[in-house]
Design a protein around this ligand. Structure first.
Ligand code: PMP
Length: 395
């Protein structure tokens, strides 16, 4: 299914992962009549455009040189202060010197892959996991070995066998409102994972772009704040889902030696993340109420998630299952055995509705009966209409 042969003249590592069937079908979802549940986009109408515009206006009129000159690789000090303060509020012992601002958390993943893993090394991943992380590992010549998961995230009991067999250097996971499943790893599994990683000398990469989008239940500790794992966990965060993805702002929080190595690697990539975007984000955090904004997002996402689950409950064939997330943006659907979401997608697009087939998210053999749907981008009425369009294809 993957396009593993590169065009002539290009390096083997240039061969993209991901089915071309899926890419072609998803390209068609740009048609305005298509109701797409495919993208991982936050709701456009919830982006605080006025607040963000005011922040850019302010930095360009009051501190244009800070905003427009070359800047520090580690990131704008004021922005790092603000992020550190938010992390400390969440219970992490930290400070601005532990943070590196990155161009989206995607860049943090790329940096970490290059400083923690050599070609031929192995990383453990949830099965399924974030597709662009798999692509990042593939491109770096790193082997991603899947860890089985259930509705509570990774099966920690499977780790001893996998570590003995594959000698991984790191484990990458999205423990809260996972992409693609929406699952959240409970506190006891976080603690067990932290202990296991400490015992076996594994790095943990804890990717958390969705944690602030909790609309139900109690917040769980980051793995990075558990004593067993604090010195071996890199926590990734992002402004994409809480402010605006177009600003391309993320960060990594890492032990000193890892942060330093990532900063050196970043110098060869882009010197630093856009100074004007960082200054605007810092201004935004200083004068706007991000928590009030997030409260609005959470309320809307709770309604949208409920609308999607209600609509799916009414149309999914007997024997299907879907995740019931407490936050984030995604619902993961498994259709009964024999269904093939990859084949279903082009037919769905003909009916003006789209989703992402689940198979490419697996590091191991893909389960073709699975699919991912995002509830973030549409209001409940549009969500109901989109699922209605799917219904005749699921018979
Ligand atoms: N990690 C995960 C799990 C994601 O879902 C995403 C975005 N879809 C990213 C990282 C990258 O986010 P960004 O680069 O926009 O910060």
């Amino acid at each position: 299914m993957n396009d593993t042969v590169p065009p002539p003249g290009l390096a083997l590592r240039g061969a993209a992962a991901g089915s071309s069937v899926i890419r072609e079908a998803l390209a068609l979802t740009a048609r305005p009549e298509v109701i797409s549940f495919a993208g991982g986009l936050p709701a456009s109408e919830l982006i605080d455009t006025d607040g963000i515009r005011a922040a850019y206006d302010h930095v360009l009129s009051h501190s244009p040189h800070r905003a427009l000159q070359y800047s520090l690789t580690e990131g704008d000090p004021e922005l790092r202060e603000a992020v550190a303060a938010r992390l400390a509020r969440g219970g992490l012992t930290t400070g601005p010197d532990r943070l590196l601002v990155t161009t989206g958390s995607q860049q943090a993943l790329f940096l970490l892959t290059s400083v923690l893993l050599d070609p031929g090394d192995t990383v453990l991943v949830e099965d399924p996991t974030y597709l662009a992380a798999l692509q990042c590992f593939l491109r770096a010549g790193v082997r991603a070995v899947p860890v089985p998961t259930d509705a509570d995230g990774i099966d920690v009991d499977a780790l001893p066998r996998l570590v003995a067999e594959h000698r991984p250097k790191a484990i990458y996971l999205v423990p809260t409102f996972q992409n693609p499943t929406g699952h959240t790893l409970p506190a006891d599994r976080r603690a067990a994972l932290a202990r296991f990683a400490a015992r076996h000398g594994l790095w943990i990469v804890e990717d958390d772009p969705y944690g602030e989008l909790r609309f139900r239940g109690e917040r769980l500790p980051w793995i990075a704040q558990l004593p067993d794992a604090a010195d071996r966990t890199v926590l990734l965060g992002s402004f994409s889902k809480i402010l605006a993805p177009g600003m391309r702002l993320g960060w990594l929080h890492a032990p000193a030696e890892v942060r330093r190595a990532c900063a050196v690697a970043k110098q060869s990539l882009d010197l630093h993340t856009s100074a004007v975007d960082q200054a605007a984000a810092a201004r935004y955090l200083a004068v706007r109420d991000l928590d009030a904004h997030l409260a609005r997002c959470r309320t809307a996402y709770a309604e949208r998630c409920a609308a999607l689950l209600d609509a799916l409950d009414a149309v999914l064939p007997a024997g299907s299952s879907c995740s019931r997330p407490d936050g984030g943006m995604f619902v993961w659907v498994r259709l009964p055995d024999g269904y093939d979401a990859v084949e279903l997608l082009p037919r769905a697009v003909e009916h003006d509705v789209a989703f992402v087939p689940g198979a490419p998210f697996f590091a191991g053999e893909g389960d073709r009966a699975t699919l991912r749907m995002s509830f973030a981008a549409h209001d409940p009425v549009v969500i109901a209409k989109g699922v209605e369009r799917l219904a005749p294809l699921l018979g």
